[in-house]
Write a protein that binds this ligand. Structure first.
Ligand SMILES: Nc1ncnc2c1ncn2[C@@H]1O[C@H](COP(=O)(O)OP(=O)(O)O)[C@@H](O)[C@H]1O
Ligand SMILES: [Mg+2]
Length: 463
């Protein structure tokens, strides 16, 4: 009898007893036990604490013991389940529906009494609890194969606990994370998506999350108790939680990644998620790199950061959906707008409205044309910048070639430390293009940002 058969039988017994299928940790304990692993080893592999694995294990033996009417322990589990399986295979379908006793083994068969939950005859993956709140619906999705595979590896194989998906507005963070859910949902018991776009306090966010796990229970007021309850759920169940728009927690008009007053405890929350053992994963989507992702980035696989860039060739599909014309010019359009799906969608609207969809006509002008909607998108990001950052961006927009810092420091009338902090902060906001040449870092702006700065700041600042 192989491991999967034993697990199937154990699952059946547990389901009949509790109305629930084996969860990820219970399965891992059974699998580990069958392989002769100690609790500490199972704990290591499931990223749980040994104490927690022991607790879950002992409850599981109790349920199985009650189900089979025989005292089951970690040591005798395999032998007894094998006996039960042989017995079960020998009984005829005629006795299905009854609890029967032979050689002291009680097996309540699948199609048991109507008041017990009805398990499935074939083992199907447990249905996860999915709570996506106000997540947008995805209508079309192109490519991102590499990013999805990378995220899947980090989450399912490396058991990463915190992942930041970073990128400029419109690049596709929300869409990618929702697609990821579709792809890996069967590996989780709970999947939760929440946007922090209205800057909820940590208490509000935790209350919201805890209510998903225990809807009828009153949520504690104390933030420490809330945190420890949430961590317990993250240990007991394998959960994937996506917090979107995390940049709203950071202050405007201050260097990147600084929490607004009253929101600093999110830092402790994110830190805790990375430091304590559990089997779940938190994904945060943001325009700005959170400091803990910078500070806590360790050699191990606990924290990861995915920098999302343009769609590239696949963006042609967006132009196709938009029914644009002149396919020969599409590549050029994609390059100019950085393959940013939202920028391309907004520009397609403009091309359709003013040029009847003719991309060649739209591209004939010397300057890059930015629709007002696109600029309004960028306004939201630029409103967060400090005066020094805007000054640096304006200067960078004037440069025709990428510049090195030494050149820039000499040229700009700004104290060196202020310039360096502003550059670092702009980097964390993902607004700079950086490349390395002969061990020197060169900085520049992409054509859309350059044009935006020219449009928005020309009269007052440029030339
Ligand atoms: N891979 C993709 N394929 C097709 N459309 C995409 C893709 N990624 C993003 N989009 C579209 O681009 C727009 C912006 O995406 P979104 O995920 O909201 O960006 P972000 O969350 O980074 O601001 C949406 O209209 C979305 O439908
Ligand atoms: Mg988004």
């Amino acid at each position: 009898m192989d491991i999967s058969e034993i697990l199937e039988l154990a699952d059946e017994l547990v389901f009949v007893k509790t109305g629930q299928h084996l969860d990820y940790l219970q399965k891992s304990i059974l699998r580990g036990t069958l392989k002769g692993q100690k609790y500490w080893k199972i704990a290591e592999e499931t990223h749980s604490s040994e104490g927690h694995v022991r607790d879950v294990g002992s409850k599981l033996w109790k349920i199985l013991s009650e189900g089979l009417g025989e005292d089951i322990t970690k040591a005798n589990f395999r032998a007894i389940l094998e006996k039960a399986k042989i017995y079960r295979n020998n009984i005829s379908s005629a006795i299905v529906g009854e609890t029967i006793t032979v050689n002291t083994l009680n097996i309540c068969r699948e199609n048991s009494r109507s008041d017990t939950p009805k398990p499935q005859t074939e083992q199907t993956p447990t249905q996860p609890h999915i709570n996506l709140g106000d997540a947008p619906e995805i209508f079309s999705f192109f490519d991102r194969t590499i990013q999805l595979t990378t995220l899947e590896t980090w989450i399912l194989q490396q058991h990463s606990r915190l992942i930041a998906i970073l990128g400029i507005s419109g690049i596709g963070k929300t869409t990618l994370s929702l697609k990821l859910i579709e792809q890996i949902k069967h590996n989780f018991e709970y999947i939760i998506y929440r946007s922090l776009r209205f800057s909820p306090t940590l208490e509000t966010t935790l209350t919201n999350l805890l209510q998903i796990f225990a809807p009828k229970t009153e949520t504690p007021q104390n933030i420490e108790t809330q945190l420890s309850q949430l961590i317990n759920y993250l240990r007991q169940h394998r959960c994937l939680i996506i917090l979107d728009d995390v940049h709203t927690l950071f202050s405007s008009k201050q260097l990147a990644g600084q929490y607004q007053t009253g929101y600093e405890n999110y830092h402790l929350f994110f830190q805790l998620i990375t430091q304590v053992t559990h089997q779940s994963c938190l994904i945060v989507n943001s325009w700005e790199k959170p400091r803990e992702v910078v500070q806590l980035k360790k050699e191990n696989n606990i924290i990861h950061c995915l920098l999302l860039e343009g769609l590239g060739e696949a963006a042609k599909e967006i132009l196709r959906v938009q029914e644009l014309l002149d396919e020969d010019y599409w590549q050029s359009l994609i390059e100019q707008y950085q393959g940013n799906p939202l920028w391309l969608e907004l520009t397609s609207d403009l091309i359709k409205d003013l040029f009847a969809g003719r991309v060649s006509e739209f591209l004939q002008w010397d300057t890059l044309i930015l629709s007002e909607t696109l600029q309004a998108q960028l306004d939201q990001q630029f409103q967060r910048l400090t005066a020094q950052e805007i000054f640096v961006m304006i200067q960078l927009a004037k440069e025709n070639e990428p510049v090195c810092l030494a050149h820039f420091i000499k040229k700009l009338d700004l104290p060196t430390s202020e310039l360096l902090n502003a550059m670092q902060s702009l980097g964390m906001r993902l607004l700079l293009d950086v490349k390395e040449c002969d061990r020197t870092r060169l900085f520049s702006l992409n054509p859309v940002l350059k044009q935006y700065i020219k449009n928005r700041y020309t009269e007052t600042k440029i030339n």
